[in-house]
Design a protein around this ligand. Structure first.
Ligand SMILES: *Cc1c(COP(=O)(O)O)cnc(C)c1O
Length: 413
């Protein structure tokens, strides 16, 4: 193991404020920042450097002997990242947080921090495609076995756990059907078997769902989505108890998926308006879901805020909003779905979600283009399934765009 040093977590002389008792929006704007900043700047400066100079050899010694906390080298953290980590911890109610260069970097580093050869892990089947691929394919190379259980089958999770199982990993809500994991049940299963729990909560955000308060050990986010919110950067984060996060941080310093200071500044900027944006995402998606559910050219809508969603009850219990993603099956065929995308004038055809621009994808031809139709249907991805990620445009404009494209693309029977 590396020597323990007080890298990149210095308590500065000016003192920073986590604003634990302040409201969510106040924390989103201020938490984690030093009260006094370089050049009296009101914003957190971007310290664009790869390394940090020591005053003299005594300064080096003070640092290595833990007498002084400071920055040393860029891969071990930077001041912008430190503020973002503290702010995200303040927003999720976590003891500690690490920020990464992408959501996948956060997920993979976290997973690797807790497994060794001959261990076993459990993951639910509608987790993010790359997470599933890593767990089922790459981990196997290192002798880590993975059981993929059907989402929502709690008995299967319970049965899958072995003496060498290290953790249960799931998302909630999931993509694209927005299934909700009952976190109370997860907690019970994990406690019974003494295994860690990890939830990728990207789709819910710290406003709509609070996994750590429901007893989850580690909460993960692709900050690329709602938290940064402007479809302009990649970032990721993991939060939880300090004792667990420290283990992840140690590996992060070696793997090196560190976030660049400039990119991190954009994350901090995005976070300031996150509560405002999230309110709009929640309201607009609800309105769009209700509109689509009544639309004659729509077969079915999946949105956890609708009573028709299979997990509506759990969603109501453990979430305060249902997010900006609405999935739906249109009437017609694969060609109708393609025509529908082509007729949109406002919504962009693009992967991702949680940004200010409304984005739309056709999972059959984007995320699942590389498998046969039969395999795709087995995964529940139909020809006519559409995933819409509403932005913060006026909801009437989004609805009008969807409506005109539907009418142009599908003939009424
Ligand atoms: C986007 C996403 C990821 C991956 O995050 P990146 O920032 O793209 O690396 C992981 N999980 C979920 C649920 C996501 O939506």
């Amino acid at each position: 193991m590396t020597r323990k040093r007080k890298t990149a977590r210095p308590q500065t002389s000016t003192g920073h404020n986590l604003l634990i008792d302040a409201g969510f929006s106040t924390r989103a704007v201020h938490a984690g920042e030093d009260r006094l900043r370089y050049a009296d700047s009101i914003t957190t400066p971007i310290v664009q450097t790869s390394t940090y100079a020591f005053k003299n050899s005594k300064d080096v010694e003070d640092y290595t002997k833990h007498k002084k906390a400071r920055f040393e080298y860029g891969r071990y953290g930077n001041p912008t990242e430190q503020v973002a980590a503290r702010r995200l911890a303040a927003l999720t109610g976590a003891e500690d947080c690490v920020v990464f260069s992408s959501g996948m970097s956060a997920i993979i580093t976290t997973i690797l921090a807790f497994v060794r050869s001959n261990d076993h892990i459990v993951i639910t089947d509608d987790a993010y495609k790359k997470t599933l691929e890593f767990c089922s394919r790459y981990l196997l190379r290192f002798g880590v076995d993975c059981t993929i259980v059907p989402f929502g089958d709690y008995e299967a999770i319970d049965k899958a756990i072995r003496p060498n199982t290290r953790f249960i990993f799931s998302e909630s809500p999931t993509n694209p059907y927005l299934n909700i994991f009952d976190l109370n049940v997860l907690k019970k299963i994990a406690k019974k078997h003494n295994v860690l729990t990890m939830i990728d909560a990207t789709f819910s955000t710290p406003i709509n769902q609070r996994p750590l308060e429901w007893g989850v050990d580690l909460e993960l986010h692709s900050c690329t989505k709602y938290l940064a919110g402007h479809n302009d950067i990649l970032a990721g984060a993991v939060m939880g108890r300090k004792e667990l996060v420290d283990q992840i941080r140690a590996l992060h310093k070696a793997i090196g998926g560190v976030i660049d200071p400039h990119c991190c500044y954009l994350l901090l900027r995005g976070l300031k308006t996150f509560p405002l944006r999230m309110k709009v995402h929640n309201e607009t998606a609800m309105a769009v879901a209700e509109f689509l559910e009544k639309h004659p050219l729509i077969q079915r809508v999946y949105y956890p805020g609708l009573k028709s969603h299979p997990h509506y009850k759990i969603a109501k219990q453990q979430m305060t909003g249902f997010g900006g993603v609405v999935s739906f099956d249109i009437k017609g065929t694969l060609n109708n779905a393609k025509r529908f995308l082509d007729n949109l004038k406002l919504c962009y055809i693009a992967p991702s979600l949680g940004g200010v621009e409304t984005l739309i994808t056709h999972p059959a031809t984007v995320s699942y283009y590389d498998i046969s139709r039969k395999e795709r249907y087995a995964l529940g991805i139909t020809d006519t399934l559409i995933r819409l990620a509403v932005g913060i445009e006026n909801k009437d404009d989004i609805i009008a765009d969807l409506d005109q494209a539907l009418r142009k693309s599908i003939r009424r029977k």
